[in-house]
Write a protein that binds this ligand. Structure first.
Ligand code: 17E
Ligand code: FE2
Length: 411
């Protein structure tokens, strides 16, 4: 198949893409069609590597209001609401909701997902369902599963055993939640445990780290130190890190050296953390989003995630990770022309690094032909005009398509 006349990643010059046997065979200007080859003329539209949802909770998605709504809007009330909903969890219930949510994401150009799955459930029902779905969807939407201890590792009955069971069942990534543990000591011990578990089973690490407005929440320095000392380094990710918003600048200056040494990745979730954080403030109210601009300026890898789709922590969302970019650019004051133009990297290349997709990802000859075509000439316009993802190709196969809406102004 020959895809003609596209702008690859905002390039000023048009290119063509030849896809053969599910791989990019050739990329360059003016490729001539072969006899009988299918040709798709994209008339100068933007082609990007597929979007990546680097942080979402698929097991909880589409449950807002069941059985109760989160009235205070805090993370902690969300955890209580979910704890009630968890009691009625069945595999079929998880499967139905996740199948719907993944298709909402796919419709918006997402092809890779890292989902956190709550393992503070003695039956590990959601984990079982998610691992089945990971296999069923492999090659269409590739899912990475995090064993996520929503109610703590050392503060939940048999927390350590549930974590290890989930990893043995096949989870890809080890999680933790230090700011939710009963004590600072438990927080530190739970991080040590998570890193050791990942080392023992050869897994990645992705911690819900300091998702609180407490400037004393210092799980991040522990995680970064362990990542550095263990050599796991960029196999480790710190998600949320909202307390960093509230740290004093002198401490952040000192911390930054360790963060760079450690080579860990960051995931920020601007939609959800502007919603959940600052809830105990009067005015001024903190935004509670980590220091994305400063981390990027130091050469540290950061991606954006949606975090939730219509659940106890976030009552909105259509699974469109571009919404996280739109919000993040505002909240982090990243509104320079080039910052907006390049912001797709926060949900593509940067996220691919966090997920360790390696050579499975990227628009290059020889790699799997996974890419999306947007109804715009560059990402600035695509973001601003909320342009449709016209085509989403995974391994050379069309997995989603949309037509632009027809809107007429009648004056
Ligand atoms: N659980 C949690 O601890 N933090 C979050 N942001 C969500 C679930 C969505
Ligand atoms: Fe999260």
């Amino acid at each position: 198949m020959l895809i003609k006349n596209v702008s690859i990643e905002n390039a000023a010059q048009a290119s063509d893409i030849r896809v053969t046997d599910g791989k990019f065979e050739e990329i360059g200007p003016d490729l001539a069609p072969r006899a009988g080859e299918e040709v798709l003329d994209c008339t100068g539209k933007l082609v990007l590597p597929p979007f990546i949802e680097s942080h979402v909770h698929l097991d909880t998605c589409l449950t807002a209001g069941e059985p109760v709504w989160n009235q205070s809007g805090t993370l902690f009330e969300g955890i209580r609401c979910w704890s009630l909903r968890k009691e009625s969890l069945t595999k079929q219930d998880v499967r139905d909701r996740v199948n719907r949510a993944v298709r909402m994401q796919a419709r918006n150009g997402v092809q890779f997902v890292r989902t956190h799955v709550d393992v503070t459930d003695p039956k590990l029902t959601a984990m079982e369902a998610m691992l089945e779905l990971r296999e069923e969807l492999r090659g269409t939407v590739d899912i990475q599963v995090v064993a996520f201890p929503q109610e703590g590792i050392d503060s939940f009955p048999n927390g350590r055993r549930l974590m290890e069971d989930a990893v043995r069942m096949g989870a890809d990534v080890v999680g933790a939640i230090p700011h939710f543990e009963f004590t600072r000591e438990y927080a530190v011990e739970s991080l040590n445990f998570a890193v050791e578990l990942a080392e023992k089973y050869g897994k990645l690490v992705d911690v819900h780290c300091d998702e609180i407005d407490d400037e004393q929440s210092r799980g991040l320095e522990v995680l970064a130190a362990r990542a550095y000392e263990s050599g796991l380094k960029d196999r480790v990710t710190a998600s949320h890190t909202t307390a960093m918003h509230s740290y004093n600048n002198a401490y952040v200056t000192k911390l930054m050296r360790l963060l760079k040494l450690s080579e860990i990745n960051f995931v920020s979730n601007p939609l959800v953390n502007t919603h959940l954080q600052g809830r105990m403030d009067t005015y001024p109210k903190r935004r509670g989003v980590t220091r994305v601009k400063e981390l990027l300026a130091e050469g540290i890898n950061v991606s954006f995630g949606h975090d939730d789709v219509f659940d106890p922590w976030y009552p909105l969302g259509t699974g469109n990770v571009r919404d996280a970019v739109f919000m993040g650019l505002h909240v982090c004051q990243m509104m320079g022309y080039q910052e907006i133009m390049d912001s797709y990297k926060l949900i593509s290349a940067n996220a691919a690094k966090t997920l360790h997709l390696g050579e499975r990802y990227g628009i290059q000859a020889g790699r799997p032909a996974s890419f999306i075509v947007l109804d715009a000439e560059n990402f600035y316009n695509a973001l601003n005009q909320k342009s449709e993802v016209l085509y989403s190709f995974k391994n050379g196969r069309l997995i989603a398509k949309s037509a632009p809406a027809v809107r007429e102004v009648l004056f």
